[in-house]
Design a protein around this ligand. Structure first.
Ligand code: PLP
Length: 392
């Protein structure tokens, strides 16, 4: 029977959406044996036991129902208390916080709640693959401002100023950065905040990696000042810090009117974040700190191994101060990032992600996640050495 294609029925917006450059490599890797994946952006750890147990307890207690749209009050209180403890910021759990299905949903909600057709969102790149897509799906226009390794992948305030037009509505920031591991300096963010005030722009700050920093004090954007807080939506979650990617829980904290708008969309599309995950998240936020510290120490050990190892191979790697990614420049191989990733996978069975998947400024780099076992990173480096001996 002839297969009927329905592609033509897709909306123009969805049809124009490019598939994520990350998935393609996972799909190839999945067909191969003996692959070491440095491609994946999630902790290799299982969720710490007491958090798991809190989820099991929740199920056993019959917590199998919807919750309030914005999330259980107990969870919103725990989120507020956590932000207060870490950054001294006060958010009202009743009106300024929403629990979401990961930061992924929070991104979707905040863009949909704020953007009208043609509104521009300035996004420093290289960045997480969803940012541009979420802006685009909400009818907005992503405007990329590339950052450079030579500048430690810092956002350049001059480039930011130059990118502002009468249609600009939002400045997007996401530090520590996926894929570069860059953290944002206090003064740079203060400059960004000043520019936002001058031009009456909103700031969305994705701080999902805030707890994963190495010898650095994370700068929380709304903590830069009360007037900045009033124009910032802070996104955060437990996926990375507490090894909870599969639970699907995150949050947004921000001005009441914006959060209300996000809840309005959320109530029609999602209803409420998974109840079991919400209960586990309460345990994670209230009692999970020792586990965060334990995992952080292990990431730091791996970070030193991979950064040292890649540099030794001639793949110049800037020191990541946050998240769990190394972002080596692969010029020494004489290949572009797509070819490098494809050949490395086919010849040595090591999966990395080409930098161009992360937007302008990512070309010529690959992302190597060190959220994988120390021994596997050692073996991956060994294989990459063989690869570079052939191609370097
Ligand atoms: C920068 C960044 N933001 C958001 C997310 C989404 O995380 P989640 O939806 O699991 O909370 C990711 C996941 O890789 C990420 O790297």
């Amino acid at each position: 029977m002839q297969e009927i294609s329905n592609v033509r029925h897709l909306s123009k917006r969805v049809a124009a959406l490019k598939p994520s450059g990350i998935r393609k490599f996972f799909d190839i890797a999945a067909t191969m044996k003996d692959v070491i994946s440095l491609g994946i952006g999630e902790p290799d750890f299982t969720t710490p036991e007491p958090i798991l147990e809190a989820g099991v307890r929740s199920l056993r207690a019959g917590e199998t129902h919807y919750t309030s749209n914005a999330g259980k009050l107990e969870l919103r209180q725990a989120i507020a208390a956590n932000i207060k403890r870490l950054y001294g910021l006060t958010y009202d759990p009743l009106s300024e916080i929403i629990a979401t299905v990961g930061v992924s949903e929070a991104l979707y909600l905040v863009m949909t709640a704020l953007l009208d057709e043609g509104d521009e969102v300035i996004i420093p790149t290289p960045c997480f693959v969803s940012y541009q897509a979420e802006v685009f799906l909400a009818g907005g226009v992503p405007v990329e401002i590339p950052s450079r390794m030579e500048d430690n992948f810092q956002l350049d305030p001059d480039k930011l100023r130059a990118a502002i037009t009468p249609r600009t509505k939002i400045i997007f920031v996401g530090y520590p950065s996926n894929p570069t591991g860059a953290v944002a300096e206090h003064d740079t963010l203060l400059e960004v905040a000043k520019i936002a005030e001058e031009h009456d722009l909103l700031i969305i700050s994705d701080e999902i990696y805030d707890r994963l920093v190495y010898n650095f004090t994370h700068v929380c954007v709304p903590a830069l000042g009360e007037s900045i807080k009033r124009r910032t939506v802070l996104l955060g979650g437990l996926s990375k810090s507490h090894a909870m990617t599969g639970w699907r829980v995150g949050y947004a904290a921000g001005p009441e009117d914006i959060i209300k708008g996000m809840v309005r969309i959320h109530q029609y599309t999602i209803m409420s974040a998974p109840t079991t995950a919400q209960d586990a998240a309460v345990e994670a936020l209230n009692n999970g700190e020792p586990y965060v510290q334990e995992m952080l120490a292990e990431y730091d050990r791996r970070r030193k191994l991979i950064v040292g190892g890649l540099n030794k191979l001639g793949l110049t790697t800037f020191e990541p101060r946050g998240a769990f990614y190394a972002f080596p420049k692969i010029a020494a191989s004489g290949m572009d990032d797509e070819v490098f990733a494809e050949k490395l996978l086919k010849e040595e069975h090591v999966a990395v992600v080409p930098g161009n998947a992360f937007g302008a400024g990512g070309e010529g780099f690959v992302r190597c996640s060190y959220a994988t076992a120390y021994e596997k990173i050692e073996e991956a480096l060994h294989r990459m050495e063989k690869f570079m001996n052939r191609h370097g």
